[in-house]
Design a protein around this ligand. Structure first.
Ligand code: MN9
Length: 287
């Protein structure tokens, strides 16, 4: 697995229920943009604000819409191992290519407990498993040492979604664990991550900038660094505005303005401010 994977947003209706029509449109739009896969039900998908049944509904809908046209990774991470295992088994039944999980993000568990959570998901599902390393969101920071130990302990642990600005660590992981498939997690440093050895990138802004990042990825792979830098810089100007007003809220607004009705993010996310809406309309032409 490699290339550009969209961390899929979840569109909501005005009553905050899941908008399946828009989800279908979003999946189609992204596949047309050339992306290589979807990361379904992660932070970007607001999975942490959904019930278990809703998470399953999204996993199923995306598989139904996308079929076998692109690779599919199901994010199954949860506060409870049993919930994560339940989602992983469901994703397996649906025919997902791999599962992934953020560390259990409440109770500040011991390292031993966090490792066991991953081993339990891998063993129960018998699926390729991507560790979702997002210290900023989960409070748990993977180290190269721990990663090496986990890859050694279980063959099913296949890769890491590295949502961290520590690209030295990304490099060390690639050197220490040659079989690890590493995805860069912050879109604003996608090219930097690729240049340090990432096999691909999973990100939220690919929902609407998939084509740009696919070009960036291809330019990088073919050695056209100047072109790749130009595309990364263009994306960074857009992401900088989004960071000021709320990344997911801006993404939903951008796609809505592009014609895919995305609705609002669920509470406690606040709605996009009027200034944010205005800023988004002003950057639309840059996409
Ligand atoms: O999936 C996303 N990570 C988070 C990856 O949102 C935590 C990124 O795509 C960021 O949204 C993006 C903006 O910071 O890089």
């Amino acid at each position: 697995m490699n290339g550009i994977f969209t961390a899929l947003l979840t569109p909501f209706n005005t009553d905050y229920s899941i908008n399946l029509d828009s989800l279908k449109n979003l999946v189609e739009f992204n596949i047309r943009s050339g992306i290589n896969g979807f990361y379904v039900g992660g932070s970007t998908g607001e999975a942490m604000l959904m019930t278990q049944d809703e998470r399953k509904l999204v996993l199923k809908a995306v598989k139904d819409f996308a079929g076998d046209r692109v690779k599919l990774i199901a994010h199954t991470g949860s506060t409870a191992t049993d919930f994560a295992v339940d989602l992983a088994l469901y994703a397996k039944k649906l025919g997902y290519d791999a599962v992934s999980a953020v560390a259990p993000y409440y109770y500040s568990h011991t390292l031993q407990a966090v490792k066991q959570y991953y081993y339990d998901i891998a063993a129960a599902s018998d699926m390729p498993l991507f560790i979702y390393n997002f210290p900023g969101g989960s409070g748990f920071g993977l180290t190269t040492e721990t990663a090496a130990e986990m890859f050694e302990a279980d063959d099913r642990i296949t890769g890491i979604k590295h949502t961290s600005t520590d690209l030295f660590m990304l490099r060390q992981i690639k050197e220490r664990i040659p079989r690890a498939v590493v995805f860069n997690g912050f879109d604003e440093i996608c090219l930097a991550g690729l240049s340090m050895g990432a096999d691909g990138a999973i990100g939220s802004t690919y929902n609407f900038m998939g084509a740009k990042f696919v070009s960036l990825y291809e330019a990088f792979r073919s050695g056209n660094i100047e072109k790749a830098q130009k595309l990364q810089n263009e994306a960074c100007s857009i992401i900088a505005v989004m960071c000021r007003y709320g990344v997911f809220q801006c993404e939903k607004e951008i796609l809505t303005q592009m014609g895919i009705e995305m609705g609002q993010c669920r509470r406690p996310f606040l709605p996009l401010s009027p200034e944010g809406k205005k800023a988004v309309s002003e950057i639309l032409h840059l996409i």
